[in-house]
Ligand binder design. Sequence first.
Ligand SMILES: Cc1ncc(COP(=O)(O)O)c(C=O)c1O
Length: 356
Amino acid sequence: MGTNGITITRTTSGKPKPKDADLAFGTEFTDHMFLMDYKDDKGWYDARIEPYGPLSLDPATAVLHYAQSMFEGLKAFRGNDGKIRLFRPQKHVERLNRTAERMCIPTIDPDLILKSWTMLVDLDRDWVPRAVGTSLYIRPTLIASEPFLGVRPAKQYVYYVILSPVGAYYPEGINPVKIMVVDKYVRAVPGGLGEAKASANYAASLYAAEDAKHQGFTQVLWLDGVHRKWIEEVGTMNIMFKIADEVITPPLAGTILAGVTRDSVLALAREWGLRVSERQISIDEVTEAAAKGTLQEVWGTGTAAVISPVGELSYQGQRIVVNGGRIGNLTQKLYDTIVSIQYGEARDTRGWTLEV
Ligand SMILES: Cc1ncc(COP(=O)(O)O)c(C=O)c1O
């Protein structure tokens, strides 16, 4: 028995750990996983840590048919001081429960969610890689586990957490990416699932992302689902622009994910005294700024890359080159600042990290 009524069953045969230099994203998993079950008449019960392994699901399990499913994603970092830190885990806890609510999935006690992450990372702490830029990705997932084919919220769920050591996102240094602005497909509409971290949103994004990749782009920049004019977000990142010294990012109005990195960047930019606007920005405004020479920097924000500079946008066959295709000063400063907090190199004056 562990603390907080969480049962721990340790593996008797630990897996060999991959070399830090061989790490990719999401291909290797640690020795243990966290699991908890839910039934309508019992609530959440049987919180436990077990050896990592397959789930057994009845073919009729609701999630396999109607995608009542959601997840979160955050990272643990090993600093030069040997300490392991999670970055803003409370924000991810809050978002997990917001998504659960939208997906008709029962919410979980926030303290227990946090405990499930810290206990599991602590148990598998030797799996947190050491090389510069590497980290341990934490993937909490919630699925409807009731074997039932009717379309209604399930009466049974599983919450589980797995951990994956991941390589440096920029092993060869930061290179700005090329992004395709799509107006043929949309990701979300007002009133839909856009602001939830629902698995279905990712399924909905695949076709356009493949299309963009075939045309030589890294990702898709989504426009709003009604007018196909207002900028939303890019791939699995939020998007930001610096135009005539104003930092602009689309508002949290229901169709985009409330990124934790987005929130962190906005906080830093405001602290640094920059003019920051969470407001609608149209693709035409960006095109016009580029023509006038006032489009200074464009970057994406997200857990995977932290900051991803955009060197080129393509819209209706027109190329918009940003800052000569080079990373901008503010983009670089934001990246350096956040990464140094994550790895414990800069003092965490904002309470953003949680030591495990
Ligand atoms: C659709 C989408 N937008 C934005 C983000 C960025 O969010 P965060 O900064 O919390 O990782 C993510 C996930 O990483 C995402 O999947």
